[in-house]
Write a protein that binds this ligand. Sequence first.
Ligand SMILES: Nc1ncnc2c1ncn2[C@@H]1O[C@H](COP(=O)(O)OP(=O)(O)OP(=O)(O)O)[C@@H](O)[C@H]1O
Ligand SMILES: [Mg+2]
Length: 356
Amino acid sequence: MTAGGGNLVLAGLRKDYGVGDPAVDRLDLEIAKGEFVALLGPSGCGKTTTLRMIAGLVEPSAGRILLDGDDLTAKPVHRRNIGMVFQNYALFPHMTVADNVAFGLEMRGVAATEIRDRVAEALALVRLTGFESRRPKALSGGQQQRVALARALVIRPDLLLLDEPLSNLDAKLREEMRGEIREIQKRLGITTVFVTHDQAEALALADRIAVMERGRLAQLGSPEEVYERPATPFVARFVGRINALAAAAGGDGRLRIGGQPVPTGDLRPAGTKATVMIRPQHITLSQPGISLLARVTGITYVGDVVQIAVAGDGFSVVAERGTADSSWRGLAVGQDVGVGWPASSALVFPENADGR
Ligand SMILES: Nc1ncnc2c1ncn2[C@@H]1O[C@H](COP(=O)(O)OP(=O)(O)OP(=O)(O)O)[C@@H](O)[C@H]1O
Ligand SMILES: [Mg+2]
């Protein structure tokens, strides 16, 4: 079961449903054959609309969709060789597992003996051999999920589209299925677009992440790029937790918070306002007198990490430590601390970088 083509190009894609702003606007995206791209963004940013336009279920208002150079835009759904898994699995309840998986092949007029072989192969791939004659309601959520995946894979698609396929599963099953999907996708080399609003899922799975904001592409990059070098404050906030501090440049050009200079590594014209953003794991806490003076306002133990909230004159931040690192154990609420961070870990954005 190996995929043929799979180079996907979205050019100037737009969907205007006719109410409010366009759901998707000026979307340009090129996905290489075999690549796994996560479409990540908040609810309503246009992820499902994008996926449904690629699948042929929603007609674009403008723009083009090319698969291996072939213009799909006007091609009907059944003539696109695309496998799709919907958020709610959408299995046929009255059909057995085997019939659910066989459906796409029957639609394509594949011979019965070949259907039997390919259904068996697809079910083996998702580790559901032996479940052929069950009905969906006699399966767990994770098993139904895998039937949906087998049904999408059995047609040997050039492109696999997954719309929040893990959203109904518990945390542990979700992590397992994540690994399975990634492994199957790699083994088959199928170009995959995976929709999620879970940043951890996108970071863990994707070769590249396309962060969407209000119908537009906010940033496209590797997990490391979008996490460590977010293009905008919106991306910085959406991809992982981050502290945001309002700063202004003093006469010497150094950014200051409440009059105190803070480490940022760059100089700005006096009076320039900026937002300084720092990931919680980069916040250092030391003896008062060093860096910014603050007081511990809360300590929250969340299992693998502990979050230490501190507040000073005109700012508050959250620091994060792994619970294996015992340095935080000496801290108490109400205690004075010095707050700092390495200048190289500070992301500096113009004051209105998110404004449109
Ligand atoms: N059939 C429709 N008619 C009108 N507006 C629609 C339609 N479908 C979606 N929209 C609107 O388009 C925007 C994008 O919706 P879409 O379903 O693509 O978002 P999403 O990113 O998938 O969100 P979620 O994470 O909640 O699934 C939303 O503002 C939504 O209200
Ligand atoms: Mg959606």
